[in-house]
Design a protein around this ligand. Structure first.
Ligand code: FAD
Length: 401
């Protein structure tokens, strides 16, 4: 039997935020801080776990390193926002309801959809059955347990994107007894400047990671992978990090989505089919002057803050402003004491300037640790969360003028 929950009082405007990742938490905290004194707005945040998942550190969890316990309900203390722990099983965008764990229903007036993404295990046959992932803390802990028990053998990391590079480096550093092979279509840091690419390669060499680029993984097998062309690479463990896949819930709800299932929005991050739904983080397809934004933490947090500010503007009878964001850096860890930081133009193309080595590792750690204190500060000073590079001429789209 299902229980129907009214979020807030009968007259309050009910804002329900789905997903307490980098983007959803930014939206919930920003909004809750700004409506602290208002009885007419009720914010409810729904997430699968009470503990915040530091996705940026899941390769650390995957190698057995313990992370801080970051409690989402504790973070919300001092605001009037409610926290609901549960798994969202359906959204009815016409009835404006959210079903949780199949037996609870939340009603909303405005929805913020921020359910993130996971590695695309559907892209290659066998990945779903045989590969380990860093999709959640639980998945990363399962990998950590397996690696700890291996003793010797080969770990293949599938996907030479930045998550693959970070994962291969972390596994090689934490488990020097294992052979680590990084397989991918492109060389590590393919979009970075040549000096950064060379540094990445030398750091992976130093850690003993065998890099095989220009290969296409055709199939994941119980004991290895098969490449296009038929070659097999034996492995005791395969970790799949390539591509991203979003939750099917948005499409099932009837929201307009792109070919990858991401919510299609207007320039203010409102669903083009259901304007009372905002989409944030990896779950949204955001178009900027330079093209489609790709999901990152650095862009995800601003989308959440922008959605919160836009909701308030709308409640105050104003039009929301267009969202604009320009990238500024790509930090990549190479184990615990090494990293590269590629500074970028707003369209994410690489500049010449970059950092490497210990200084880069300290920079990367500072960036990775920054969201939690940022939210704590935002609770007291919401405006402090509203600073990010808007991208100048790179992000001016004709509709936004
Ligand atoms: C190992 C690794 C390293 C990375 N490193 C970097 C980096 O250095 N820099 C960078 O910018 N990006 C990095 N990324 C990418 C970055 O983590 C994502 O872009 C970012 O997390 C997206 O934020 P989000 O809020 O959209 O989604 P998420 O952070 O994934 O949050 C989504 C939340 O929704 C919850 N959720 C999902 N579905 C449901 C459901 N049905 N019901 C209830 N709750 C649900 C999840 O549990 C989660 O809490 C990395 C990713 C990985 C895996």
């Amino acid at each position: 039997m299902s229980a129907r929950h009214e979020a807030g009082t009968a007259t309050a405007h009910r804002v329900v935020v789905l997903g307490a990742g980098y983007a959803g938490l930014s939206a919930a905290i920003q909004l809750a801080a700004r409506v602290k004194q208002r009885e007419d707005v009720q914010v409810t945040l729904v997430n699968a776990q009470e503990r915040f998942t530091e996705r940026l550190r899941l390769h650390m969890t995957g190698t057995g390193q313990q992370l801080a316990e970051l409690s989402i309900p504790e973070l919300l203390e001092g605001t009037r926002a409610q926290f609901v722990r549960g798994w969202v099983t359906a959204v009815d965008a016409d009835a404006k309801t959210v079903r949780i764990d199949d037996d609870r229903v939340l009603c909303y007036d405005t929805l913020v959809y921020g359910l993130g993404s996971v590695a695309d295990t559907a892209a290659v046959p066998g990945a779903e059955e045989h590969a380990y992932t860093l999709n959640s803390t639980q998945d990363a802990e399962v990998l950590a347990d397996r690696l700890a028990r291996l003793g010797s053998g080969t770990v293949v990391v599938g996907g030479s994107g930045l998550t693959g590079v970070e994962s291969a480096a972390e596994i090689a550093e934490q488990h020097p007894e294992l052979n680590v092979v990084l397989l991918g279509r492109h060389g590590p840091g393919a979009a970075m400047n040549p000096r950064v690419r060379a540094y990445l390669q030398s750091a992976l060499d130093r850690l003993g990671v065998e890099v095989r680029s220009g290969v296409e993984v055709a199939k994941i097998l119980p004991a290895g992978v098969e490449l296009e062309g038929g070659e097999s690479v034996d492995a005791d463990v395969v970790v799949w990090t390539s591509g991203t896949r979003v939750s099917p819930l948005a499409a099932a709800a009837g929201l307009s989505v792109d070919e990858r299932g991401r919510v299609v929005t207007d320039v203010a991050l409102r669903s083009v089919s259901h304007p009372e739904v905002y989409a944030v983080g990896d779950a949204v397809a955001v178009r900027q002057g330079y093209g489609d934004m790709h999901g990152t933490c650095q862009s995800g947090m601003p989308t959440g803050v922008h959605a919160a500010v836009s909701i308030l503007r709308t409640l105050n009878g104003k039009e929301p402003r267009p969202f604009r964001f320009g990238y500024y850096h790509t930090p990549v860890s190479l184990g615990r004491n090494d990293a590269v930081v590629q500074f970028t133009r707003p369209d994410d193309s690489p500049r010449r300037i970059h950092l490497t080595g210990r200084m880069a590792a300290r920079y990367k750690e500072a960036v990775t640790a920054s969201p939690w204190p940022t939210w704590a500060r935002m609770k007291k000073m919401p405006a402090s969360g509203a600073f990010w590079p808007r991208g100048g001429r790179f992000t001016r789209v004709p509709e936004a003028r």
